[in-house]
Design a protein around this ligand. Structure first.
Ligand code: MG
Length: 180
């Protein structure tokens, strides 16, 4: 997935957008130059509407850097929705055949991640982007499967964080079994 960077005109923070999402934003802002010049995140827009000054917003946004799920979660959710549709559009099989293909695809791509990391041990170097590309393939099949089961990447992240936080709370982060 090719990506484009945009810098928020108020906060000065840089965002990387998927090309499809970038194109959607270009339409929203009229043209690419206007997008790059005037783009502000939804969160910043909210602060401006409440009457905060640019400097106040910059202070708030930089203080929020470590917070989850991010400075601009609505835009992130939009991007995830768009990626879900992007994956769906790439599906060439249906029903049971798709389920099998997606499940095999997921384990196959996970193997390709391991294959790249093997090279780090064998050759002492690794192309970071090559690993990231394989992780993207894992993500692709993860989203394809989640679409089948009525989920979304947002829901997967939320369920996973809930599960792991509960394990930390229960002191069962280490160990085995699905329900602990
Ligand atoms: Mg691959």
């Amino acid at each position: 997935m090719s990506s484009r960077k945009i810098i928020c005109a108020v906060s000065g923070k840089s965002y990387t957008f998927a090309k499809d999402y970038f194109d959607k934003k270009v339409t929203e802002y009229g043209d690419e130059d206007s997008l790059k010049k005037y783009f502000i995140t939804r969160k910043v827009k909210g602060y401006l509407n409440k009457g905060y000054s640019v400097q106040e917003i910059r202070n708030i946004v930089s203080a929020d850097d470590d917070s989850l799920p991010g400075a601009d979660s609505q835009d992130m959710k939009d991007m995830i929705d768009m990626y879900s549709q992007f994956v769906e559009d790439k599906m060439i099989t249906k029903g049971r055949e798709r389920l099998i293909e997606n499940a095999l695809g997921l384990t196959g791509e996970a193997g390709e991640v391991s294959e790249k990391i093997k090279k780090l041990f064998r050759d002492n170097r690794i192309d970071d982007d090559a690993v990231l590309k394989e992780l993207g393939d894992v993500l692709f099949y993860t989203v394809a499967l989640s679409n089948i089961f009525g989920g979304s990447l947002v829901k997967i992240i939320e369920l996973n964080m809930e599960k792991l936080n509960a394990r930390v709370k229960n002191g069962t982060l280490q160990g085995s079994g699905d329900n602990r």
